[in-house]
Design a protein around this ligand. Structure first.
Ligand SMILES: C[S@@+](CC[C@H](N)C(=O)[O-])C[C@H]1O[C@@H](n2cnc3c(N)ncnc32)[C@H](O)[C@@H]1O
Length: 374
């Protein structure tokens, strides 16, 4: 569990990107009126949230999904799903009296709040584009409106744990983010990442021919790539972490069943919440990317979503999503220095192929192939 000694530890002056809460960041944008019959309702800035989706305004357009109450409730529901998957644990990293913890893209801040309660002597920071977190939080927790894709203003080598969860479709430059995370993790500290793979998987042939749920996944990946937020398969993160300098990357890949179809009671429970989460979130995940990147009309989106939801609901279809949790350590001497250049070029090859390749079949399979060909 070592960090290379030859990693530059630059402390150059960085442009400040941390912004205090100003009124303009709460002037949310409204878009994507829901369909009423064949008609799409138009949104204005004073839009009714029952009709329109609400989007962040600070660094507008960075994040393609809404930040409205429906979506915030869904994020809290998904927090419970992660708790089920991780057996009630908040993290996988073996923390010992952490002093500083950073949660990137904290959302409602639910994980950061739990961490601040769990480690009262640690200073916990959650960064976000949207000021949607509660005001009353543990005293050792602060939320900052900050864009993690910019240069970070935190002190380098200062965090015991940097955590991110569900930033898929939010990251345009993975190597840079992994590198910034590495530079800001203390020697011996950890980066922990939890993501899901939006592909709709099925192993036993119960997925119908021409499945709409599968079609949604492929189109979603295509739309995100076109928006400059290509989603890597969960098992590719390890390469990116190692290329940035992290060592001893531990990876846990698991299944999130599409509903209560499994016999196993634990998987059934996970499936119950996976279903609720996905069906509740589908409109939020789809309406922005499909209309902006693929040129679909809201009505076309609704039609596909209705068919995809029906497949997600069917217990005869044994579908699942893959989730992945990865923990990696930064610290120590020399270890991890071997093969860094190879890893970086393999990592870059994935992104180049992803960026310039066609969108023919399933991009995930293309990525998977590149990552595992070595
Ligand atoms: C799907 S939510 C996940 C929230 C939280 N991590 C969780 O697991 O509950 C992704 C969050 O990342 C935030 N986000 C996306 N891009 C960001 C950026 N460049 N800087 C800061 N936050 C960002 C979004 O505003 C959103 O709240």
């Amino acid at each position: 569990m070592r960090r290379r000694t030859n990693v530059p530890n630059s402390r150059r002056r960085r442009e400040s990107t941390t912004t205090s809460l100003a009124s303009e960041i709460t002037k949310y944008e409204f878009e994507n009126g829901r369909c009423e019959g064949p008609k799409t309702l138009t949104c204005s800035t004073s839009a009714d949230e029952k009709v329109c989706r609400r989007y962040h305004s600070y660094r507008s357009g960075q994040y393609a999904f809404p930040n409205d109450e429906n979506e915030l409730d869904r994020m809290d529901l998904e927090n419970h799903l992660f708790s089920l998957v991780l057996g009630g644990n908040l993290h996988l990293a073996p923390l010992d009296s952490p002093q500083r913890i950073l949660d990137l893209g904290t959302g409602t801040g639910i994980w950061a709040i739990d961490m601040a309660d769990r480690y009262p002597s640690a200073a916990v920071i959650g960064t976000e584009l949207s000021p949607v977190q509660p005001k009353w939080v543990p005293p050792n927790l602060t939320f900052q409106i900050d864009d993690f894709s910019q240069d970070w203003t935190f002190q380098e080598d200062s965090f015991d744990l940097i955590h991110w969860r569900l930033l898929l479709a939010s990251i345009s430059d993975y190597p840079r983010l992994f590198k910034q995370a590495f530079d800001h993790t203390k020697p011996g500290g950890y980066l922990e990442v939890h993501e899901i793979d939006p592909m709709f998987y099925c192993d036993d042939g119960s997925l119908p021919e021409g499945s709409s749920a599968r079609q949604w996944s492929v189109l979603f990946l295509e739309a995100c790539a076109k928006l400059g937020r290509a989603i890597p398969p969960t098992d590719s993160y390890k390469v990116g972490m190692e290329a940035a300098g992290f060592v001893d990357v531990q990876e846990r890949v698991y299944k999130r069943p599409s509903n209560t179809w499994p016999k196993d009671p634990r998987l059934k429970e996970i499936g119950k919440f996976t279903y609720a989460n996905h069906v509740e979130g589908l409109h939020a995940f789809t309406i922005g990317p499909f209309t902006r990147a693929l040129g679909w009309t809201p009505l076309e989106v609704e039609v596909l979503l209705a068919k995809a939801r029906a497949e997600w609901r069917s217990r005869a279809i044994h579908g699942y999503q893959k989730g992945g949790g990865l923990g990696a350590e930064a610290g120590g001497e020399n270890a991890g220095s071997e093969g860094q250049e190879d890893m970086m070029s393999r990592f870059n090859a994935v992104w180049l192929k992803f960026g310039f390749g066609g969108f023919g079949c399933c991009l995930h399979e293309v990525l998977h192939e590149v990552l595992h060909e070595a």
